[in-house]
Every structure is written in structure tokens, then in C-alpha cells.
Design a protein around this ligand. Sequence first.
Ligand SMILES: *[C@@H]1O[C@H](CO)[C@@H](O)[C@H](O)[C@H]1NC(C)=O
Ligand SMILES: *[C@@H]1O[C@H](CO)[C@@H](O)[C@H](O)[C@H]1NC(C)=O
Length: 285
Amino acid sequence: MDHSTLSFLFHLLTLAAYVSALPATFLQDFRVTWADTHIKQLQGGAAIQLTLDQSSGCGFASKRQYLFGRVSMKIKLIPGDSAGTVAAFYMNSNTSGIRDELDFEFLGNRSGHPYTVQTNVYTHGKGDREQRVNLWFDPASDFHTYSILWNHYHVLFFVDEVPIRVFKSNQARGIAFPKSQPMGVYSTLWEADDWATRGGLEKIDWRKAPFHAFYKDFDIEGCPNPGPASCASNPNNWWEGPAFRQLSAIQARKYRWVRVNYMVYDYCTDKSRNPVTPPECLAGI
Ligand SMILES: *[C@@H]1O[C@H](CO)[C@@H](O)[C@H](O)[C@H]1NC(C)=O
Ligand SMILES: *[C@@H]1O[C@H](CO)[C@@H](O)[C@H](O)[C@H]1NC(C)=O
């Protein structure tokens, strides 16, 4: 084989090494993990409806795990009075003592009050890194895109095209970064009125049940596990490219706009919990 054939084949292999389905049906990438009766497929499996009622919440998980990549889905949250409910979308290594986990948690609210998105990052078992942002739109009136980009440089949480959280790789400062354990993709809808809304003051109103959230446009592009071992370290994966190594000037401006106007809690500045500012909080973006 000549060089160009070889490099063409190599290119094909690289492409095949990561999953790229745009967008997949629910059952292509996911399975129900909790309460089959409460997850209904819509539009031939292109979308799903999750239900929470007094008998149960529900949940689903990806069939495979991934090491680096980008995960995104469109979600339409519970309309009206959603106080006391939590919908989560997260990645988790499922390794109890040394788990890596990247969380989006959508905390419901009374009608007319803002939905809050809580994010958290666990690296090698260390969590307690909550940040909260109130959404600047009504997430129940339409679908919005929520995504996590995870590469060797940082983990970014996006709401539509706006970065709401940056967790940089700062191993030189002694901060663990998720880089060796693949993670699955999970979602659950459940009742958490002991803490979710105004710190637990607002209780769930079961007269408003059943509560429904909708998901569609499931998109996972990453190195699957099990899969080719060389994928995760391949610098040619698009999510490792120069444009994805730091925020662009426009992204940085959006990120600051969210932090200035919509951030309602940051563990970095919570002196009662963290008298000494955690080192990752000093790392900038
Ligand atoms: C997590 O790991 C446990 C123990 O290895 C396994 O039984 C369980 O199915 C895993 N959970 C998921 C959602 O993959
Ligand atoms: C709910 O609404 C209250 C009052 O508007 C607001 O302070 C709070 O941040 C909102 N979110 C949660 C999760 O309580």
C-alpha cells in the first residue's frame, strides 16, 4: 500500500474510532435504568418523555462509557409549578471511592420563579464544588441544548452556546483532573423537596403531578469504552482541536455575562464552607 492509501485508511479508522451519530434515537445510545413505566418514547424514539409522580421518578443511562468527547441533548423542563423536583443530566465513572462525575442538576421552582441549574465536578472522589446559575429564559417553554465538552484541557458546561462553567486541567497545582476513567451519561427525574427549591423551603405540590420533562437530539461524540485504546489520546479528535482548548473571546464574554448577572451560588466564594479558597478557583478561565 502506498502512503496515501495508508493515510486514507488511517483517517477512516480515526473516524470510526469515535461514535458520531447526529442525532441518535434514544435506544441507540441509551437504556432505561429506573422505572420503565415512567419513560415514554415519542416520535419513533427520537424524543422521550420522563414522568415524575407520587409513585416514582425515573432514569436512563448510556449503554457505553466514554473517555473525552462532547455530550449534548435538548431538554424541555417541567412547566409551571416544578418546585421540589430535580432533573439531572450527568456523566459518572461509576467507581465509588475514586469517582469522576460532571453534573447538571435542574432545580425546579414555583410558577414564575426562575429555574436554577446547579453544576458540580467530582475528580478522583473529590466533589463539593457546587455552582448555581438561574436560567435567563423559561426552560419549560421550549427545548434548549445542554452540553458537556470534556477534553485534555478542561471541562466546559454549556447552556445553548453559553459556557456556564469552566473546570480547567490544573494538575500542576495538585488538582486532580478526570483523564483516565471513562464515564457513562445519565439522566434522572426525581423528587428532592428536602433541598432543591429555596433550600428545601418549597415543597412539591403533588396536586400538580404528573410532572413531565422532555428530551431529544441525543448526541454523544467521544471515545467509547470498550473501544480502541488509542482513541482517547488521539490529538486529532475534533474536541481536542485548537478551537476547543480555551474559550474564544466571544465565549469568555458570554461566560462573564452569566457569572455577573445570573450566578446565585459559588462554592469558591462560600467562606463558611471554604475558609481557604480552593486552588482551582484561582486558576482563571
Ligand atoms: C455501576 O457499577 C455497578 C458495579 O460494578 C454495576 O452493577 C452497575 O450496573 C453500574 N451502573 C450502571 C448504571 O452502569
Ligand atoms: C427559586 O425562586 C426563588 C425566588 O425567586 C429564587 O431565590 C431561587 O434562586 C430560585 N431557585 C431555587 C432552586 O430555589
